[in-house]
Design a protein around this ligand. Structure first.
Ligand code: URA
Ligand code: CA
Length: 436
């Protein structure tokens, strides 16, 4: 096969065979296909799209570019969840232990935060001592004992994605449904789950800005999962505002602990979305037949503290100092707390979640480059939600600050992220659609 011919084929909108797709992916990993050639091929995919068959073959080729984890020796349906990346979005830390408390088996390999969106591993590491790099047999033992464990990707999972994503990031080829769907699903499939619940974010703080695009991405991922024998469902959830009140690693860990301790009302948006995602995880695991039954079980696990108990035990098994779970305010001891006051009186009518995510990263809660070091204590705690009344001079957020280095930039960004208007804004849904 000749690489330039495969690129030209895609440029002209022709369908590639499974063999041709494997040739491109494996050739890129081995170095026979150059960065320039891969970038040209992916740009052609961005513009021309892929047929469902091609996207499925691309996913498989990527999945088999490295190790594939075998979880078949663990009992029960192994269920995973994945979020396409949000702001103030601590759903894994809440939903995973609740599902385990209901009898589910959650063996999850998670990622780190990048740019404006947080990562579960960084949140876990806000608890001193936690080590997210664990050998596979230890990971399995924890899942067997507790029903839940979340760690970093072990071994050499989907090297093709690491290389392709790095190239996409610098060649304007991130925004493509077949490329995003194959990137996400290849990693989920390689990490060994039987059932996958996808939380596809939509809106200003998300990859996909419209419900239509998010639903198209969700349908593609569900189709790939189903066609490869994994029970897959996707929930389209809102990211036109941060989901929870906390943005930052220790702050989000504390918020998750507060939810699991029953200190957050059950009507809270973060709790609602966790119950929705957890409910689908239970359904796909065969542990609940209806949404109502799933919610009843999850609420029982929440109210009895069994979810918290599993979470605390998991952090302990990962090496964490669980006294921080008992006193979570110790997670967020920053040098300064700086309120951000509203300039006008009225209603919070828009919150730019992406700006808040970037601002939190500027304060030290996130990375702009892969090797930036994260400060777990810093970030943003929102005091007002979308639709809330606020008076001029009243703080709508409090910043947790340890360094003044990029503070001014962050402060300005947060001030401009919230819009106050005279009229209350229209309600926006939390969950738009479920696709299965
Ligand atoms: N998340 C991924 O893992 N891959 C993408 O391409 C986009 C979001
Ligand atoms: Ca994620």
């Amino acid at each position: 096969m000749i690489v330039t011919e495969l690129i030209e084929m895609k440029r002209d909108g022709m369908e590639a065979s499974a063999e041709q797709i494997r040739f491109m992916v494996n050739g890129f990993v081995s170095g026979e296909v150059s960065d320039a050639q891969m970038a040209a091929w992916m740009m052609a995919i961005c513009i021309r799209g892929m047929t469902p068959r091609e996207t499925g073959e691309l996913t498989l080729a990527m999945m088999h570019s490295g190790d594939v984890v075998d979880l078949s020796d663990l009992p029960g349906v192994k269920v995973d969840k994945h979020s396409t990346g949000g702001v103030g979005d601590t759903t894994t830390l809440v939903a995973a232990p609740l599902v385990a408390a209901c009898g589910g088996t959650v063996a999850k390999m998670s990622g780190r935060g990048l740019a404006h969106s947080g990562g579960t591993l960084d949140k876990l590491e806000s608890v001193p001592g936690v080590c997210v790099e664990q050998p596979l047999d230890r990971f399995k033992r924890i899942v067997r004992d507790l029903g839940v464990c979340v760690i970093g990707q072990s071994g050499d999972l989907v090297p093709a994605d690491k290389k392709m994503y790095a190239l996409r990031d610098v060649t304007g080829t991130v925004q493509s449904i077949p490329l995003i769907a194959s990137s996400i699903m290849s990693k989920k499939l390689a990490s060994g789950a039987d059932a996958i619940v996808l939380d596809v974010k939509t809106g200003g703080g998300a990859f996909m800005k419209t419900v239509e695009d998010s639903a198209a991405l969700a349908r593609e991922m569900v189709r790939i999962g189903d066609s490869l024998g994994r029970r897959t469902a996707a929930v389209i959830t809102d990211m036109n505002r941060p989901l929870g009140m906390a943005i930052g690693n220790g702050l989000e860990m504390k918020e998750a602990v507060d939810v699991l301790s029953g200190r957050v009302p059950e009507s809270d948006p973060l709790v609602r979305v966790c119950l929705t995602l957890g409910g689908h995880m239970l359904r796909l695991s065969g542990l609940a037949k209806t949404r109502e039954e799933a919610e009843r079980k999850l609420l029982h696990a929440l109210r009895t503290g069994e979810g918290l108990r599993r979470f605390r035990a998991m952090l302990g098994r990962l090496g964490g100092d669980v006294s921080y779970v008992d006193e979570p305010e110790r997670l967020v001891r920053a040098a300064e707390l700086v309120p951000v006051a509203s300039r006008a009186s009225g209603f919070v009518s828009a919150i730019d979640a992406k700006k808040l995510g970037v601002a939190a990263a500027l304060l030290g809660a996130g990375r702009f480059k892969k090797d930036d070091v994260i400060d777990p204590a810093v970030g943003i705690l929102m005091k007002k939600r979308y639709g809330d009344r606020v008076e001029a001079g009243e703080p709508f957020a409090v910043l947790y600050v340890n360094s003044r280095e990029r503070f001014a930039e962050a402060y300005e960004m947060i001030s401009s992220a919230v819009t106050v208007s005279q009229e209350p804004p229209k309600e926006i849904p939390l969950v738009y659609e479920v696709i299965e």
